[in-house]
Design a protein around this ligand. Structure first.
Ligand code: PMP
Length: 295
């Protein structure tokens, strides 16, 4: 993620990653009381470096903080400029950008009255790889929305994601699928899910999931391309009857599934709506025109 030349942004300054410091008594380190974002920059078809949906991501960062009472006194336009500067200082074109809002020393469980901001970036290939995923239904559920602000992209929530991914990997799978506390299909440890059945796509509605920015982009693309889409709750049994399934997220982009708990899907990925959206998504982030081939 970094080396001796890496520059990061910390509270208004650009510093060497190896020299920047934080406090070991910070509330974020002890209680997971921090908020982060995951953003990607792309080199567009015209050769410009563009942070995809930068405003949406920084707006979510603000909202995530507000939801868990971390004060957010930052100016998002200035943070977006800082993110571009970090890319420039590190000679990065295509990169993953990680803003993190974290809290100063405090061992109490009182809400923070101040917060720090870090922005760093590194080159990161497709997070879940390029191969179709072999997915395992996790024994871990997504957190109960009555126990946490689950629409806040908070650091502490990610222990749940780590547990689920680790369990899947230990069992020889690529990735996990988590249900919500009611038993409906929710999402992956770091991605939202869509499935295809009879020419239509389905995805869980907001409420028990992180409403992903990539999910929103996929929904926009469905509208533009005339792909029917419905947000609805569904069970694992319904998902097993899907013709194809994919995950989507900033880090993972759009990635198809090979199987769920060892059972594969009836439609070849190459013929799926997911594949169309994978290409349309790539075109969107690269600001390239996309025309759907009519079969
Ligand atoms: N769900 C979870 C739990 C995630 O961590 C992520 C990644 N941020 C997503 C969904 C996808 O969100 P986005 O498309 O905004 O990256």
């Amino acid at each position: 993620y970094y080396n001796e030349n890496t520059i990061l942004y910390l509270n208004g300054e650009y510093l060497k990653a190896t020299e920047a410091k934080t406090d070991l008594y910070g509330q974020s380190l002890h209680y997971g009381y921090a908020v982060f974002e995951g953003i990607r920059a792309y080199k567009t078809e015209k050769g410009e470096i563009r942070i995809f949906k930068a405003r949406e991501h920084f707006d979510r960062l603000r909202r995530s903080c507000e939801l868990i009472h971390i004060p957010y006194k930052f100016d998002n336009e200035a943070l977006i400029s800082a993110a571009y500067k970090v890319l420039e200082l590190n000679n990065l074109e295509e990169a993953y950008i990680r803003p993190l809002v974290f809290c100063p020393p405090n061992m109490t469980l009182k809400a923070a009255s101040e917060a720090h901001i870090l922005i760093c970036a590194w080159e990161w290939g497709a997070y879940l790889g390029e191969q179709l995923l072999r997915v395992m239904t996790s024994s871990f559920q997504r957190p109960n929305p009555n126990a946490f602000r689950i629409e806040s992209k908070s650091a502490g929530l990610y222990v749940n994601s780590i547990m689920a991914s680790q369990e899947a990997k230990q069992n020889g799978y690529d990735e996990a699928l988590l249900l919500d506390m009611r038993g409906y299909v929710a999402e992956g440890p770091g991605a939202n899910l869509f499935y295809e059945k009879h020419g239509k796509l389905y995805t869980p509605p907001p409420g028990h999931i992180l409403p992903g920015i990539t999910r929103a982009t996929v929904i926009e693309l469905c509208h533009e391309l005339g792909i029917p889409l419905e947000e609805k709750l569904f069970t694992l049994e319904e998902l097993r009857q899907a013709e194809s399934v994919f995950y989507c997220g900033t880090a993972a982009e759009v990635i198809g599934w090979e199987s769920l708990d060892g059972q594969s899907f009836s439609k070849p990925w190459a013929e799926s709506l997911g594949k169309v959206l994978q290409q349309a998504y790539k075109a969107r982030v690269l600001e390239r025109e996309f025309k759907r081939k009519v079969a």
